[in-house]
Design a protein around this ligand. Sequence first.
Ligand code: 5GP
Length: 179
Amino acid sequence: MEQDLDKVILSKEQISERVRELGEIINQDYSDKQLFVIGILRGAAVFMADLIRQIDLPMELDFMAVSSYGISTKSSGVVRIVKDLDSTITDKDVLIVEDIVDSGLTLKYIVENLKSRKPASIRLCTLLDKPSRRVADVEVQYNGFIIPDEFVVGYGLDYGEKYRNLPYIGVLKPEVYSK
Ligand code: 5GP
């Protein structure tokens, strides 16, 4: 897998340090709240597993899966819920955990959908943010790293379902996805 990468942009150590910091901030912000964490499958699974172990508060956990890019590296803007929550979020303080916000279209759809279920609050936590690519207007309260407009893989992020298990985040060689 490593030979498909151009460069590593975030090391294992950088990621774990930042995840620890995010956990600390979330601990403070949610100390008097009813925390309900929603992980967006499949990309956020690795980040979420590490993040929740830095949160020292009672919390509930659930997952949602939405249709993603498939094999392409660009958002189609079409979002479909493939797996919905198993529990209700009414009156809960929802924290959505996502791997990366790119155009923002995916999160915009998810937030609008969840708002209609009347949670007490909704906030977003993303490991990575590419603000230069934003199309939809979404507010991200917890942001791991701002990255440039490059297609990245690793630490949960895939390309054609590969590379999710890399412990760091890197940029794929362009020839890998232009094939
Ligand atoms: P958005 O709707 O914000 O454009 O896209 C969000 C989703 O696109 C992410 O959850 C992720 O699945 C995918 N995505 C966006 N940029 C990247 C990237 O650089 N690498 C990978 N692997 N997926 C990305």
